[in-house]
Design a protein around this ligand. Structure first.
Ligand code: GDP
Ligand code: IMO
Ligand code: MG
Length: 421
């Protein structure tokens, strides 16, 4: 069996959607295992341009089966809209998309609380997507969650009544608008009826697939440094994002996860608050304008920075990365010089990412190497050899630092704009 985990090496938005889309042609199963609809994965292929939040980005490959594991949290309205959108685009997901009954639901109070907590924190806010992610995972691990399986009995009504009693008190205390039981119950019963045909326990399907030597492509949401434990806490997301999360979030024993593709952007971006050691602050600079992106989920402007090799190297170590897919190399074209952070120092001593916390990371000195850029448009390049020598050297510098081969290079947002090495 081949189990391939696709992991973002930075702070999310590395281009995981595109990579999963092009790797899916050789996958039997494509699966999401963590996070929720805080994710926004862009896919551009023969079906059109999509920003996907919940359905695995590999669903466009017609022979694949999409799985949403129990580790994923789901806003049902977002899921229904996404499924309808994909069906309308001719992707045809019915009969090949399965959702674990163990997955937790994002309830209206999770979204309200997410907003209220952010506002209460003021300048110390995380800058969340306000999709209810922190509160729903908090409920999951404190035994207060609501899962799809609860709808098969009156457990949903019972649990909702208890939760509303608790949550309305908190919402009222924080000055928010309380929720009405009947309205939430009817709304969510309605969602369940629509999603029911897609709900199926994944245990046997996954176990049988592993036994039958099937290929699983596991699509991480968020990035390595938004991981609750290994990210820049408290400026992180509420789920484990490193490959081990796929074990709990899908029921795949860890020993099977042998291929880890690290999706690495040729520069760095981050949305929301928290340290970004190589951040470029000059909003008038050519490079700021070049690197600029709009977030796929919230429409916010992404913060940008130079490539940080300490971050990529740490991600490679944490995830046991076996290959790198370098994305957005084309964006660097036209820069005369490119800065790359090769390591950190604190009081003139070398320091690793893991040695400092999020506040310490804001204080580290980033040591840069400046390398020559290239002027050629590389968006049509089909082979590594076709790339300008300086672009080739940039790629080699990344693999040397990470100790992991760069197997694919993205030279444009479309599926075909990918060089295989
Ligand atoms: P994800 O969350 O990791 O799937 O990434 P996003 O979709 O949020 O952000 C990545 C952005 O980069 C999207 O706009 C993609 O279309 C775009 N993209 C991905 N790979 C490439 C590439 O190699 N070159 C260019 N120019 N754009 C890319
Ligand atoms: P993809 O899968 C980039 C960030 C938010 C915020 C922090 C916590 O598209 O790469 P949350 O709503 O999760 O509680 O917010 O995490 N964040 C992301 N940043 N890409 C994402 O997903 C993200 N998902 C969450 O901006 O800083
Ligand atoms: Mg994204």
């Amino acid at each position: 069996m081949t189990v391939i985990a696709v992991i973002g090496s930075q702070w999310g938005d590395e281009g995981k959607g595109k990579v999963v889309d092009f790797l899916a042609e050789r996958a039997d199963y494509v699966a999401r295992f963590n996070g929720g609809n805080n994710a926004g994965h862009t896919v551009i292929n023969e079906f059109g341009t999509f920003k996907i939040h919940l359905v695995p980005s590999g669903i466009f490959a017609q022979n694949t089966v999409g799985l949403i594991g129990g580790g994923v949290v789901i806003d049902p309205a977002v899921l229904i809209e996404e499924v309808e959108m994909l069906n309308k685009a001719g992707v045809g997901v019915d009969g090949r998309l399965w959702i674990s009954p163990r997955s937790h639901l994002i309830m209206p109070y999770h979204k309200i609380l997410d907003g209220l907590y952010e506002e209460a924190k003021g300048a110390g806010a995380t800058g969340t997507t306000r999709r209810g992610i922190g509160p729903v995972f908090a409920d999951k691990v404190s035994y207060n969650g609501i899962r799809w399986t609860d709808f098969t009995s009156d457990m949903f009504e019972k649990r909702l009544a208890t939760q509303l009693e608790l949550k309305n008190k908190i919402i009222a205390a924080l000055g928010g608008e309380v929720l009405k039981y009947e309205a939430v119950r009817d709304e969510y019963r309605g969602y369940y009826l629509k999603i029911k045909p897609y709900i199926k326990e994944l245990f046997s399907l996954v176990q049988d697939g592993l036994k039958a030597d099937k290929t699983f492509l596991l699509e991480q949401a968020m990035g390595t440094f938004l991981d609750t434990d290994w990210g820049t806490y408290p400026f992180v997301t509420a789920s484990t994002t490193i490959p081990s999360a796929a074990s709990a979030g899908l029921g795949i024993p860890p020993k099977y996860i042998q291929n880890v593709v690290g999706v690495t952007k040729a520069y760095t971006t981050r949305v929301g608050a928290g340290p970004l050691p190589t951040e470029i602050h000059d909003t008038d600079s050519e490079v700021y304008k070049k690197f600029g992106e709009v977030a796929a989920t919230t429409g916010r402007i992404r913060r940008v920075g130079w490539l940080d090799l300490e971050i990529v190297k740490t991600a490679a170590q944490l995830s046991g990365m076996t290959e790198i897919c370098l994305t957005k190399l084309d964006v660097l074209s036209g820069l005369e010089e490119i800065k790359v952070c090769t390591r950190y120092e604190l009081s003139c001593d070398p320091v690793r990412y893991a040695d400092v916390d999020a506040y310490g990371l804001d204080k580290v000195e980033t040591v840069y190497e400046t390398v020559p850029g290239w002027s050629e448009d590389i968006s049509k390049a089909k082979s590594f050899e076709e790339l300008p020598v300086n672009a080739q050297k940039y790629v080699q510098m990344i693999e040397d630092a990470a100790g992991v081969p760069v197997k694919w290079i993205g030279v444009g947002p479309e599926r075909e704009a990918t060089i295989r090495r």
